[in-house]
Structures are given as structure tokens and as C-alpha cells.
Design a protein around this ligand. Structure first.
Ligand code: ADP
Ligand code: MG
Length: 382
């Protein structure tokens, strides 16, 4: 007698600049999932945030032109229905577990996690609050600073305090060369390295297109960019480290280097760094994961200055997952294959779901059999 296979829903796409990377990540995950163990459905969020059903998503997955499939799928949709965007969710009722492979907004900011929570289903990765905080560079830095994890000095400019935070004031506090970035973005979109008033004002203005909070940070000169993968829920492990080298003088890891022309970018996986520095970065990664309440997986990015002092840069709670992506590659060189990594993440998602199911959200005494089964009467709740 064959056991029933676990039904997994793989979500990809989304409305961030990483839509296409997400598609590639999802492909690699789909191919690597053991079809003897798992039945896999795929669901794509279009660039407009519309959730396609499994059949249409599969067509795109199989190489049909995305725009044509999307146009056909939405032509009869009644958008006066407020839930029209996510009507395909009705297809997911017998899903056992969700794997969101959506980078950036929607995927990493707590949005899809809220859907999974409403559906009461297990999913891979961090929860709602942890995702939302980790996606916000200001909130992340506040938590890290509170817990003594080194990161660059910065100020937050908002439309309200903008007149106070002039270039002169920021430069006096943080140095003449500054990094300006929206709090909630990714892929280096809206990020500028500035060193005069004109560039500064333009960068702040552009930043406000993406968020009403724009960070102005001190610059780490000629940094080495180092990454560490973390795996686990409460019992967590740090991988070996990787590094990204951008050979061009004065350049940084901007949108062009990431997605347009990455030919000059060199990945070192793993990277050999002095032992003390390696240990420090791994420890900072584990500390940050705990402080931010991350679950399952996260890739921690660092900037290391010319004196080998590491600064925490940012956290990615759903990092790239193609077979050349850093997160899985760092585990591969640390002894965990891509396939094993997926199996572990799936188990961690179930563990986390079970742990959370033990929590009591209702006003009934501990141990009530009715708890969590939707059987509470008004009398119970008094
Ligand atoms: N304070 C800084 N000093 C030096 N370089 C920086 C600084 N902040 C960002 N960068 C450069 O900009 C890139 C993108 O910044 P990051 O904060 O990682 O945003 P994103 O979420 O868009 O990747 C980094 O990989 C690095 O090359
Ligand atoms: Mg980054």
C-alpha cells in the first residue's frame, strides 16, 4: 500500500524586481523535490500581484510566454470583487505545506506569511513579524543595535524630518561619502553612494518613491562583502562563508552588477578568511537570526572593512535558491546537498507549525480539548 504523498505548493513570481530570479529559484526547487515523496503544485504571483492557478502557473513554468498566459488568465476576472487577486487560493485547500520562493516585497515582508497563517498551514521560513522586521532595514538595525550586534551608523530621513537632515548635517555626523537607501527594498534598487549635496538630495527624493523611510548610512570604504547561511529554528547552524568581489574600483554591488551585467562579479565559495574573523561573522549571523526571530533559513550579509572589522549589512529571509545561488551553495560546501537542504527546511516548517499550535490564543484554561478545534462556545470564552 503506498503512503499518501505530501502535497507541497510552491509559490513564485511576485511584484519585486526579483520576479524572474524567483521563477528560476522555483524551477530549481521544483526539480530537486523528490516526486516519490512529494506531489508539487506551483502558483505564480504575477507582476501585478495577481495569483494564478496551478494550471496557468505550470504553463509558465513549462516555458509558455508569461505575458500571454497572464493576459488570458485575467481576461474574465471580475476585479470589482475585492478578493479577485487571490481567488486561486481556493485551489489550495488540500495543500500540506507552502514553500514561498518569492524574493523582496510580498515574499519577504510578511505578506504571504499572513496568507499562510489565515489558511492555518505550515510554511518554510520566518513568520509574519520576523519577516516584516527583517525586510525593514531600519527596524533590523534598531534590533541589532539594541542587542549589541555591530552595524553601520545611520539616520532615517522621512518627509517630516527631511528639512532637518541636510547633506551637511549627515556628512558631519557620518562622513562625506554616504549610502542612501529606502528602508524596504532589495536588489540595490533605489540605493545610491553620494558625496555631495546635489547627489544626496536626488537620492533622498528617489528613495521616497520606494518608502517613506530612507536610510542614510556611513560608508564602509573598500569593503569585502561576506555572506553566511543560517539553517534551523531554535537549534541553528551557520555555514562556511562566501564572498562577493566587485573588481571595479569605487563600484558597489548595485542593480547593474546583480542583474544586468554580472560578468565582473566574482563569487568565492567558500572564502578563506582569518579564523577569528570567520568565527566572529558566524557568531554575529547566529545572534542576528535569534534577535530577529528568524525561522528555517536566512542569508546574512556583511561588509568587512580594511581592518577586518565586520559590520552586519542585511538579512535575506528568502534568499535566492537557484543552483548557483549563495544560500544553497554555502550549504553545499558545508556538507548539506541542495536536496537534503530542502528536506530539512520542510521538516523545520512542520516543527515550527507544531510548536506554534501549542500556543494558546483563546481565553480558555490550558488543556481544553476544544482548544484549536474551532469548538469554543461563547460560554467557554467568558
Ligand atoms: N554602508 C555601506 N558601505 C559600503 N557599501 C554599502 C553600504 N551599504 C550598502 N552598500 C553596498 O550596496 C549594496 C546593496 O546594499 P544592501 O544594503 O545590501 O541593499 P539590498 O537589500 O538592495 O541588497 C551592498 O551589497 C554594498 O555593495
Ligand atoms: Mg544586499
Amino acid at each position: 500500500m503506498s503512503e499518501k504523498k505530501l502535497h507541497i505548493a510552491l509559490l513564485f513570481g511576485g511584484n519585486s524586481s526579483e520576479h524572474d530570479v524567483s521563477k528560476r529559484s522555483a524551477h530549481t526547487v521544483f526539480d530537486a523535490l523528490d516526486k516519490d515523496k512529494y506531489e508539487v503544485s506551483v502558483f505564480m504571483f504575477t507582476k501585478q500581484g495577481f495569483l494564478l492557478g496551478n494550471k496557468d502557473s505550470m504553463r509558465i513554468f513549462d516555458g509558455e510566454p508569461e505575458d500571454a498566459v497572464v493576459a488570458e488568465a485575467i481576461k474574465d476576472v471580475d476585479f470589482s470583487n475585492p478578493l479577485a487577486n487571490i481567488q486561486s487560493l481556493s485551489e489550495v485547500k488540500d495543500i500540506d505545506l507552502f514553500i514561498p520562493v518569492i524574493h523582496g516585497n510580498m515574499g519577504e515582508d510578511g505578506t504571504v506569511q499572513s496568507l499562510f497563517r489565515l489558511l492555518n498551514k505550515p510554511y518554510i521560513g520566518s513568520g509574519i513579524a520576523s519577516s516584516a522586521v527583517s525586510f525593514d532595514k531600519d527596524l533590523t538595525k534598531q534590533l541589532l543595535t539594541y542587542h549589541g550586534i555591530r552595524n553601520t551608523k545611520y539616520v532615517v530621513v522621512t518627509p517630516e524630518n527631511q528639512s532637518e537632515y541636510t547633506y551637511e548635517k549627515c556628512a558631519a555626523e557620518l562622513g562625506e561619502t554616504l549610502f542612501v537607501k529606502p528602508a524596504r527594498q532589495g536588489s540595490s534598487v533605489g540605493i545610491y553612494k553620494v558625496s555631495n549635496k546635489e547627489e544626496f538630495d536626488k537620492a533622498i527624493q528617489d528613495g521616497f518613491h520606494y518608502d517613506f523611510k530612507v536610510l542614510v548610512e556611513e560608508t564602509i570604504a573598500n569593503p569585502r562583502e561576506v555572506e553566511c547561511s543560517v539553517l534551523g529554528n531554535r537549534d541553528i547552524k551557520a555555514s562556511k562563508l562566501g564572498a562577493i568581489r566587485i573588481p571595479a574600483e569605487d563600484a558597489f554591488y548595485d542593480y547593474n552588477n546583480k542583474f544586468v551585467d554580472a560578468s565582473g562579479v566574482v563569487f568565492e565559495i567558500p572564502v578563506e578568511l582569518p579564523e577569528k574573523l570567520t568565527k566572529e561573522i558566524q557568531q554575529m549571523s547566529l545572534d542576528a537570526f535569534r534577535v530577529l526571530g528568524n525561522r528555517g533559513l536566512a542569508r546574512m550579509d556583511f561588509l568587512v572593512d580594511e581592518n577586518d572589522v565586520p559590520y552586519f549589512g542585511e538579512v535575506n529571509t528568502l534568499p535566492g535558491f537557484t543552483n548557483i545561488s549563495l544560500y544553497p551553495q554555502l550549504w553545499a560546501v558545508s556538507g548539506i546537498s541542495y536536496k537534503d537542504l530542502l528536506d530539512r527546511l520542510i521538516q523545520l516548517a512542520f516543527d515550527e507549525f507544531e510548536d506554534n499550535a501549542k500556543l494558546h490564543y483563546d481565553f480558555v484554561e490550558l488543556g481544553s480539548e476544544k482548544l484549536g478545534k474551532g469548538l469554543l462556545t461563547d460560554e467557554d470564552k467568558k
